[in-house]
Design a protein around this ligand. Structure first.
Ligand code: GDP
Ligand code: IMO
Ligand code: MG
Length: 431
């Protein structure tokens, strides 16, 4: 690793409900960093990077892995499904991506077990129409166990007798829930034990004390890129509770999820799509349940990178984005998928939420409890030109510039980069 500190450790955060194009932007920015770190979430994330038409989808491994001579760290705030991470490593290797000494996995990260996935699935099924629409990757139950002090961490795998006893106790407890509450069959702790002991062997080369690794890196003035997963509107505290994920998505989560001082995060870069999407249930005031919504889904390829589910699509929600900007302290952002709006005659931005006669410009805490929310829109002319080939700021159509500047003005931030297509090269630097 070269020693080239500029005091610019950066945290990438999604400013909407996820899938803002974080993977693509992390891959581009990785060139200027030494270490790329995931700090929360798990295999619910699906980060897509397209390089010369070859598509990579990363779930647990940082998107920085695609570039040579970079370190990638899975921090302690991530919940790790070992099967998933091993599959991902194998798949990357078949595509000639090096995964070895460059990947570090926290020894104190919590593990996702089959009972987490089973409980995620059963709880969703039982909720019926009220379901959250989770990815069913066991994320919520795993974080719940962590907080309830019933979790099992990566390091536990390397003490077989201790692991066996702990697993047996936890599985016996889960089996009472599975059998008595959900009337389903019990799981065998012996089978899980055998499976996870096999994973332990395979994971061993990557596991380390990432707190010490990061401390050394900071002291050596390495440049660090924190790769947020999900979006701020899915944050456990600041999102549309209970239609959220179970981790601290926002930049503040990077300090606790990696074990570094918050002062080590020098810049927070928001990623936002030129429109809004969300997968799963929950409030979405600017949702378009019409042919335009379908057009955005088809043109934008808005199908979940993890579950393949169609994403709900709508106009850019500036009320939600402003909330995300506030809770993250974002000053600059990347605007992605501008090209998806190319055909539109009129483009709308949701600038307020109307409840009866009252218009809210600040994101209300009780949105989930108030289905009567009506979006208030500002309308702008569309550009009706192909932007996917634009690479220079001077070639951006004037109406598109106007859209970008209007967003900057409403949100009080600077948009520093535009993304106009999925490929690594499809970007325009604005400043
Ligand atoms: P992430 O979870 O934030 O990394 O985003 P996803 O990978 O889940 O979803 C973003 C999708 O949009 C992926 O299919 C990307 O390849 C694609 N994408 C990213 N940026 C752009 C863009 O500027 N234009 C278009 N058309 N597609 C993009
Ligand atoms: P990336 O990192 C979009 C959503 C799920 C569901 C809710 C809870 O690719 O942006 P969970 O499985 O986390 O308990 O599901 O959160 N969700 C995402 N939506 N992008 C993601 O990740 C997501 N990760 C979780 O659809 O609504
Ligand atoms: Mg995604």
């Amino acid at each position: 690793m070269e020693n080239s500190n500029t005091g610019s450790n950066t945290c990438i955060v999604g400013l909407q409900w996820g899938d803002e194009g974080k993977g693509k932007i992390v891959d581009i920015l990785t060139e200027s960093f030494d270490i790329i770190v995931r700090y929360q979430g798990g295999s619910n994330a699906g980060h897509t990077v397209v390089i010369d038409s070859e598509k990579f989808i990363l779930h647990l491994i940082p998107s920085g892995i695609l570039r040579k001579n970079k370190y990638c760290v899975i921090g302690s705030g991530v919940v790790i499904d070992p099967r998933q991470v091993l599959e991902e490593i194998a798949e990357l290797r078949t595509k000639n991506i090096e995964v070895g000494e460059n990947l570090r996995i926290s020894e104190i990260a919590h593990l996702v077990f089959p009972y987490h996935k089973k409980l995620d699935e059963l709880s969703e099924t039982e909720k019926g129409n009220d379901k959250i629409g989770t990815t069913r990757k066991g994320i919520g139950p795993c974080y719940a166990d962590k907080m309830a002090r019933n979790g099992i961490r990566v390091a536990d795998l390397f003490y077989p007798e201790h692991f066996r006893q702990r697993l047996k106790k936890v599985v016996e407890e889960k089996n009472r829930i599975l059998v008595q509450l959900f009337h389903t069959g019990p799981l065998s702790w012996e089978e899980i034990y055998d499976e996870y002991i096999r994973y332990a062997e395979q994971l061993k080369p990557f596991v380390c004390n990432t707190v010490a690794f990061m401390d050394d890196a900071i002291k050596a003035k390495k440049r660090i890129l924190f790769e947020g997963a999900q979006g701020s509107m899915l944050d456990v505290d600041y999102g549309t509770y209970p239609f959220i994920t179970s981790s601290s998505v926002i930049a503040g989560g990077a300090a606790t999820g990696v074990g570094i001082c918050p002062k080590q995060i020098h810049e927070i870069l928001g990623i936002m799509k030129a429109y809004t999407t969300r997968v799963g249930s929950g409030p979405f005031p600017s949702e378009l349940n019409d042919t335009l919504g379908e057009h955005l889904r088809e043109k934008g390829g808005e199908y979940g990178a993890t579950t393949g589910r169609p994403r709900r699509c709508g106009w850019f929600d500036a009320v939600a984005a402003k909330h995300a900007i506030t809770v993250n302290g974002v000053e600059s952002a990347v605007l992605t998928k501008l090209d998806v709006l190319d055909e539109q005659k009129i483009i709308k931005i949701c600038i307020g939420y109307k409840f009866g006669d009252t218009i809210y410009h600040r994101f209300p805490a009780d949105l989930t409890a108030r289905p009567d929310c009506q979006p208030v829109y500002r309308e702008l002319p569309g550009w009706q030109k192909d932007t996917s080939r634009v690479r220079n700021v001077n070639d951006i159509p004037p109406e598109a510039k106007n859209y970008i500047h209007t967003l900057e003005e409403i949100l009080g931030i600077t948009i520093t980069m535009l993304s106009v297509g999925p490929d690594r090269g499809q970007v325009v630097y604005l400043v």
